[in-house]
Structures are given as C-alpha cells and as structure tokens.
Design a protein around this ligand. Structure first.
Ligand code: FAD
Length: 449
C-alpha cells in the first residue's frame, strides 16, 4: 500500500501516528507550505518550526525516505503523480486549519483517494458536547477517557520505503530570529532534556511550578507546539509521578476543546455578558507594556524575557496579562496578538483560552476581582529578585527589599521608569468599571465568584 502522510505540527520520528505501518508500506512524507500560517505566525515560532522540519527531513533521509515539500496549490498535481491508496493527516482545531482540512478532504473525495484523520495534538478526543468548566472536563471526560482508552505508543520506523517521485518541490522559508535560536534543538536533545527533568524535578513539580527559576517547570511547551515531543510520552512519564503535571496537560486539552467548539472566541469573549465591556484602546500605554517599561519590576522582567527569549513562565504570563487587562484595562485581544506574534510556543487555542481566563471573560475564568498584585507575586515567587535582575539590568544593583516596594525603588534606581499607574488606584478603577458594566446584581446573579 502507498500512503501519503501529511506532516503539520508532528515534527518528530518517535511516537508518531503518521508513520504507522512504515516498515511494511510505502510511506510518502509530505509537508504543504501554507501561506496563511506564514503570514500569521511570528518569526520566533517560524524559526523553531522550520528548524524542526529540516531536522525531520534529515532524519527521514537517514532512514532511507524523503520528505516532500510543496505548496497548497500543488497538492492535486502531487496526488495525481504519487497515486496513493490513502492520504493521512492529524486533526487540528484552529479555525483556519479546519477550513484547510475541509478543502483537502473535498479535493481527495473529488479525485477518489481515501483519507484517514488521526489524532496527535490532544491526549483525548474532543468531546461532542463542550464543557464550560475545567473541573467537569477533567473529571467527566479527561480522566475517564485516559483510563478507558490508555495512551497508544507508535514505534519508531526501522526504515522508510519512500518511492522515487519526479516532482518539482518548493523551497522552505529561511527564518532565523535571535530570540528563538536557543530553543532550536533536535528531537533527541528534547527527549534527553525531558528525561533529565523527569529524573531530577518532576516529582516536585507541584511545589516548584510557580517559581521563576530555570528548573521550576519543564519548559517543554515550544516542543509540544512543534510536535518535537509527543504529548502521550509526556503524560505516560508523568502519570505515576506528578498528578499536578498531568492536570496541566489536561488544561492543554481543555483549551483545544474550547477552540474547537467556540471558534468565534479568537475574536470575541466566550462569556456573552462581557462582549460589550469597554476595554481601553490606548496605544501609548500598550507600547510601554510591550517594551517592558511599565515601572513595575515583575511585569517589565516578563515582557523583556518575551522579547529576548520568546518565552516566559506561566506565572509571569498571568501577571503581565492581568496587569494589561485589569490595571491598564486594555483590550485582551491586543495582548493576545502580541503574545501570539512573539511566543516561540504560540498556540492559538492555548493563547486565546489563557488570555480570556486572565481577563475574566473566558470559560471557567478568573473572577473579575482576582487581580494579580505584581509586587506580592514577585515577593512570593521570586523572593531573591533573581528573575527580575536577570531581565531588568537597571535593577541589578538594587537591594532586594526595594524590588518589592515601589516608593523605595524610585530612590534606588533613578534610570528605571516610574510606575505608569498606582496599583491600588488602578485596581479599584477596574472593579468600579466592571460593576458599572454589569451592575452589582448582575455580577452576583451571573455567578462571578
Ligand atoms: C496569557 C497566557 C498566554 C499563554 N499562551 C500560551 C501559548 O500561546 N502556548 C502555550 O503552549 N501555552 C500558553 N500558555 C500556557 C502556559 O503559560 C504555558 O504552556 C507554560 O508556561 C509552558 O511552560 P512549561 O512547558 O514550562 O509548562 P509546565 O508548567 O512544565 O507544564 C507542562 C505543560 O502543561 C501545559 N500547560 C501548563 N500550563 C498551562 C496552561 N495555563 N494552559 C494550558 N496548558 C498548560 C503546557 O502544555 C505545558 O508545556 C499561556 C498562558 C497564559 C497565562
């Protein structure tokens, strides 16, 4: 049998459903360059993505095969040349990807080629009915499905029997962003780092995950995004070691299922009652936030890490997002887009879901009065100020207690910006604005607790 396996975000050899049957059948690995994604994705994600794709191409060659690269409009001619018995690809829940897949399926039906849709980007199948709270999703869908279905493991192919095909391929884009370079490692190195994390740190994950040192969390998200590591492998390794880690992987599935059922939430608030909320659209304030010049140390450290490394820890993502949407009351969509264009792990479902969670307008979101205090958060999760000092050089010589006291900080660091808002005043203003929008009664009736 001849199988075309279309690679999207599963850029690895190990534990990959696309290579099932490679030892017996002719597999034709194929990558289709999608113009929409080229425009949408930022250079940090594209740098890691094309690095990983090139590495995969080399690995497939070393196993005797060849990964073909073509453009969308060449698909029909390619299938006509290859004449496969079946085309297989993995499902994806982003609105654009679903449209692309419908087009592909229509094309294959028209030219009479069978297709197979596989699953790789979530641990569990998307439930038919959506869940509006994470806890229900976790208890009623995620855990029982894992228990009943288990986690299949797909063996590494011994070799690829790719037939020789005469076809003019397309060049892959050359993208190289400084921030993403340190993330560019191959599949073997990703697995080695993960195994090291499992041995040394995973058992403590529940206690360390919110701290801001290098080993507090796994830093695996960019590799999940590009499929350099399999979610099933992560989950299998974590199942007997850390329930907290498995729960975070369940959040990943939860947000994929939300985007699948509510594709309009890339643009609109999931909670209907928030759709008319008056977010501010202040470009100057937004720019100060983007540049890490807010005068609030933990916020600036996070935004500058995003600029230099294309990544930041989950706790800091929550703090900077809360500062933007609640202290500055700026539209969450602006923050979401900025993150999406700059994160090396940028993932539409995860990004939109988390932004709406922080802003308070998403499914199972943080309540409107939960406003992260960036000073207390820094004191708790960066008690020695190492994280702040690493990314905000103006504050390197400042005594630790001044990092947690904005009045003292003004005297110790004359080159550092003064805070753009008074945290307490901004907090009260946001709460007042929410109450004005919903009315006191509306808030309690809609169960914002
Ligand atoms: C405003 C905001 C935007 C975000 N945007 C993205 C994004 O574009 N892409 C992305 O992958 N993650 C996003 N996240 C989720 C989370 O911050 C990252 O997945 C996490 O920081 C990755 O670091 P890690 O691999 O060390 O995570 P670990 O703590 O080691 O967790 C392991 C894995 O669990 C999953 N996970 C952990 N936390 C979350 C979460 N809050 N939501 C969903 N899955 C989670 C991730 O797959 C993560 O890699 C965002 C969070 C916030 C608050």
């Amino acid at each position: 049998m001849r199988i075309v396996s279309v690679v999207r975000r599963e850029l690895r050899i190990h534990d990959n459903p696309l290579w099932q049957g490679a030892n017996e059948h002719e597999i034709v690995p194929l990558f289709v360059l999608d113009e929409f994604n080229q425009r949408e994705h930022g250079d940090n994600l594209r740098t890691l993505f094309f690095f990983a794709l090139n590495e995969l191409r080399k690995q497939i060659s070393s196993l005797g095969g060849h990964l073909y690269c073509i453009r969308t409009e060449q698909q029909e001619a390619f299938f006509a040349t290859v004449k496969p018995d079946v085309v297989r690809f993995c499902e994806d829940h982003e609105p654009h990807s679903r449209e692309r897949d419908s087009n592909l399926m229509r094309l294959l039906e028209r030219i009479g080629i069978r297709y197979e849709v596989l699953r790789d980007s979530t641990l569990t199948p998307i439930p038919e009915q959506p869940f509006s709270t994470f806890t229900q999703f976790y208890k009623r869908h995620f855990l029982p499905t894992l228990q009943n279905n288990g986690l299949p493991h797909y063996p590494i192919p011994k070799h690829f029997k790719t037939p020789k095909i005469e076809f003019v391929e397309t060049e892959l884009p050359q993208v190289s962003s400084e921030a993403a370079k340190s993330w560019c490692i191959g599949e073997k190195e990703v697995l080695n780092r993960w195994r090291h994390y499992v041995r040394q740190h995973l058992a403590n994950y529940e206690h360390t995950r919110n701290f801001l040192t290098e080993t507090s969390s796994s830093r695996i998200s960019p590799y999940i995004r590009c499929g350099l590591i399999s979610l099933r492998q992560l989950c299998r390794d974590a199942l007997d070691v850390s329930d907290a880690f498995v729960r975070e992987l369940a959040w990943h599935d939860f947000y994929a299922h939300l985007l699948h059922h509510f594709p309009e939430t890339t643009e609109q608030e999931w909670r209907l009652e928030w759709r008319r909320f008056r977010w501010r659209q202040d470009e100057k304030d937004f720019e100060r936030w983007c540049q890490g010049q807010t005068g609030v140390p933990l916020v600036d450290a996070g935004m500058r890490q995003l600029q230099t490394e294309g990544w930041l820890p989950n706790r800091v993502r929550m703090v900077v997002a809360s500062f933007l949407t609640k202290h500055l009351r700026i539209d969450w969509r602006w923050g979401e887009r900025y993150f999406y264009c700059n994160l090396v792990d940028a993932d539409l479902a995860q990004n939109v879901g988390n932004w709406q969670w922080v802003a308070g307008c998403g499914a199972d979101a943080a309540p409107y009065f939960r406003i992260f205090n960036p000073i207390l958060q820094a004191q708790k999760f960066d008690p020695q100020g190492e994280y702040i000092r690493k990314f905000v050089p103006e504050l390197r010589k400042v005594p630790t207690e001044a990092l947690f006291d904005l009045t003292k900080l003004r005297n110790c660091a004359p080159n550092y910006p003064t805070p753009m808002v008074d945290l307490e005043v901004a907090r009260s203003e946001f709460q007042a604005e929410v109450k004005k929008h919903f009315g006191e009664k509306g808030l309690s009736q809609k169960g914002f607790d």
